[in-house]
Design a protein around this ligand. Structure first.
Ligand code: C2E
Ligand code: MG
Ligand code: MG
Ligand code: MG
Length: 282
């Protein structure tokens, strides 16, 4: 099932990019080399506490710096990597790189930011993932309490039982867990009662409904309230405007992320803007 699912995720935009390669096979070969040749990059997007404007942390978002000069977005190559079976290698690299970078920032700036790392369902449910992940985190020397894994709802279509087990093992050993893209695809309120999660990330589709679509905005309000009743922190993603920010703040949405603050940034720019002046509020 995972094969066809991955392919379906390729959007029209992806096919446009694919067109520029002579075939999918070429892209696959290039992707294999990308891993060996160090062409993968992590960008960092700030997350800001809505209450006081201080930085909570960063989400690590992968990009592929293709030798042809193009920066290829994850929606294009992550599904391909899942199909090809190299998502494990890529995913492990992401954990290691993101945790090492954040540990470096912690020691350099004495500022305990959280690092949020996207985990593919295929990675999460693979045989040795839990042990491998903990080894990588411990090698990076980061305090595990600063590590958050983001899991998307579509992990549930593979196996609810295995997902529950994996999340419990991660959570028992101190990793924060966040449910990404909430409300879009396979959300069931039942999961919220079963899973060991700490954070709920509301999909940007709900944020873009603010002042535009009153019914969806009511759903957004309800998700925030429900999360708080379940003691979950709420992140809004895709915050682009001052009006959206004001609205989310008035509804006590805990954490905000989006182009309003910044796009995902290369590590050096993130460092300059969010760590060198760490007392700045946003
Ligand atoms: P996501 O985890 O839901 O990440 C949020 C996406 O929204 C990112 O796209 C981010 O750049 C974009 N975004 C942030 N703020 C705004 C905004 O204000 N407006 C709009 N329109 N977009 C905004 P990106 O970086 O292209 O990543 C897309 C998806 O690829 C991610 O969605 C995640 O599912 C996946 N992904 C990214 N990095 C990794 C990774 O290291 N591993 C895995 N397995 N998946 C990854
Ligand atoms: Mg995410
Ligand atoms: Mg998301
Ligand atoms: Mg997404």
């Amino acid at each position: 099932y995972s094969k066809s699912h991955g392919k379906n995720q390729l959007t029209l935009f992806s096919f446009k990019i694919l067109d520029e390669f002579t075939s999918r096979i070429n892209l696959e070969n290039d992707l294999k080399k990308a891993v060996l040749n160090d062409e993968l990059r992590l960008y960092y997007q700030p997350q800001v506490f809505s209450a006081d404007g201080t930085v909570r942390g960063a989400e690590a978002l992968i990009r592929w710096q293709h030798p042809n000069g193009k920066l290829i977005p994850p929606n294009v190559f992550i599904p391909l990597a899942e199909d090809m079976g190299i998502i494990h290698e890529i995913g492990n690299w992401v954990i290691s790189e993101a945790c090492s970078q954040m540990h470096y920032w912690h020691t350099q700036y004495h500022f305990p930011l959280t690092i949020s790392i996207n985990i593919s369902p295929i990675q999460l449910l693979s045989e040795n993932f839990i042990d491998i992940a903990f080894n990588l985190i411990s090698e990076s020397q980061i305090d595990i309490r600063s590590v958050e894994f983001e899991i998307t709802e579509n992990v549930f279509i593979y196996s609810l039982e295995r997902t529950i087990n994996s999340l419990k093992k991660l959570s028992d050993r101190g990793i924060k867990l966040s449910l990404d893209d909430f409300g879009m695809e396979y959300s069931s309120l039942n999961y919220l009662g079963t899973l060991d999660i700490n954070v709920l990330k509301i999909d940007k589709a709900f944020v873009s409904s603010i002042m535009v679509d009153p019914r969806r905005t009511k759903i957004l309000d309800a998700i925030i309230k429900l999360s708080h009743q379940l003691n979950l922190e709420v992140v809004a993603e895709g915050v682009e405007t001052q009006r959206q920010l004001d609205y989310l703040r008035s509804k006590k949405c805990d954490i905000l992320q989006g182009y309003y603050y910044d796009k995902p940034l290369p590590s050096s720019e993130f460092e300059t803007l969010y760590l060198k002046n760490k007392d700045t509020t946003f």
